[in-house]
Design a protein around this ligand. Structure first.
Ligand SMILES: [Zn+2]
Length: 427
């Protein structure tokens, strides 16, 4: 069946397009794109009040399968993604067992083909068992379908191992993604170290725990002339380091999460574990610096770090509760409301950071753009609609979001993957 999207405001940063166009979709691809398309036998979608963007790609998602299916599965995570406006998600390897070899990557891809409603791209572990010592078989993982490598959740502490990983990745043209954290400095902390952590009587994680590793990674990427992507930047110091490295043409890229752009460490006042994330929510000055970095392009990508946990696990007090919050179903509205509507960034910048750039970084051909021949992965946005976040209406299995009850303007209206409408559910 052909699909015709009529009169949408097509915003595609890849081609610099921002105009009202019709889009014809056949066999999963965009087959025509112009001001007026008339065909007889197509299902028509009226997009006259909507923005049509290239499908959003979340580079940083924890799907928990295999091993922790009580928190999330490939299926439920994919439904959360579809509802949140994402057509592709990248699955971090800290599952159990961790995705450190071909069989797990193949399992994730097979399960995704069977049950997921959006595209799922596995990220392989850099080191065996995420132990930070022996490299996995990166080449074999690439052959199996891994799109990047990371020990996310952990950070490789030994610089030599990181150097070897970067050199191997370079030979494969693969992307390494690092979660920057010096464990000797962060150990035992539950929130950002600063005035608020002392006020609240909570153990802190200093900004330096992240910044030391950001600095190390920049030096190693520079030395090996390799691409390196830094996950969830959270501090002003990290922003300075990345900005300076980019000026020197070091091949560094970086991402930031919606929660680090919107919340501060003051949120921990009531010891609510839903605000416990790693890296932690930082101070006002850090948030300011992150917003500036999003504006000026120092940060390349917005990713959610969707990290599902059950209520039982989270409701045990701040010390014991695991780090992480879910984000797939709130990210788009949060950014539209807090950044786009408030003119911190333009709509095109937002789309570039959630589609164009992730597609380029991960080398996903046919994605991140709207043009004839490209994959018909599209995210339709309603910039006028207001919603109240309700965690109980989530498709995700988990509810650990601190944004319950937030009133936001701007929502994902429809998600199309390979020419098929995957959200809202079709009769
Ligand atoms: Zn991480």
């Amino acid at each position: 069946m052909r699909l015709l999207i009529k009169n949408g405001r097509v915003v595609d940063p890849d081609s610099g397009t921002d105009e009202t166009l019709d889009i014809l979709i056949e066999q999963g691809k965009i087959s025509d794109l112009k001001a007026r398309i008339e065909v007889k036998d197509a299902k028509v979608i009226d997009a006259s009040r909507l923005v049509v963007a290239p499908g959003f790609i979340d580079m940083h998602v924890h799907l928990r399968e295999p091993g922790q299916e009580n928190k999330e599965t490939i299926e439920t995570g994919s439904r959360a993604a579809a509802k949140g406006g994402f057509t592709s998600i990248c699955a971090m390897p800290n599952t159990s067992p961790p995705n450190d070899h071909r069989q797990i990557t193949e399992y994730i891809l097979a399960e995704a083909a069977r049950r997921a409603v959006v595209r799922v791209f596995p990220i392989g572990a850099i080191t065996k068992g995420l132990q930070g010592t022996d490299l996995t078989d990166l080449a074999d993982q690439v052959a199996a379908g891994a799109v990047a490598f990371s020990d996310d959740g952990k950070c490789i502490q030994t610089s030599l191992v990181m150097r070897r990983a970067l050199e191997k990745a370079k030979s494969l043209n693969a992307l390494i993604i690092d979660h920057c954290e010096d464990h000797s400095l962060s150990q035992g902390g539950v929130m950002h170290e600063g005035l608020n952590s002392s006020r609240f009587g909570l153990r802190g994680i200093p900004a330096s725990a992240e910044e030391i590793m950001v600095a190390r990674d920049i030096i190693l990427a520079d030395m090996s002339e390799t691409r390196l992507h830094l996950a969830h930047l959270s501090t002003k110091g990290s922003v300075h380091l990345v900005r300076e490295a980019k000026r020197r043409k070091v091949k560094i890229t970086a991402e930031v999460t919606p929660h680090h752009l919107i919340l501060t460490d003051a949120s921990l006042e009531h010891h609510d574990p839903n605000f416990k994330v790693n890296p932690p929510l930082r101070g006002t000055e850090d948030v300011k610096a992150l917003l500036e970095a999003v504006k000026d392009g120092t940060v390349d990508v917005i990713a959610t770090d969707h990290a599902p946990h059950t209520m039982e696990e989270k409701n045990v007090g701040l010390d014991e509760a695991p780090f992480g919050m879910i984000g797939l179903e709130t990210a788009v509205s949060l950014i539209l409301d807090r950044l786009v509507n408030k003119k911190v960034i333009s709509l095109a910048q937002f789309i570039e950071m959630t589609s164009t750039k992730p597609a380029r970084l991960l080398g996903l051909a046919g994605k991140g753009k709207i043009r004839v021949g490209a994959d018909a992965d599209l995210t339709l946005l309603n910039l006028h609609k207001e919603i109240v976040i309700d965690v109980h209406a989530f498709q995700s299995k988990s509810r650990n979001s601190p944004f319950d009850g937030w009133k936001l303007k701007g929502v994902p209206a429809m998600t199309i993957v390979a020419g098929r409408v995957v959200y809202p559910a079709q009769p």
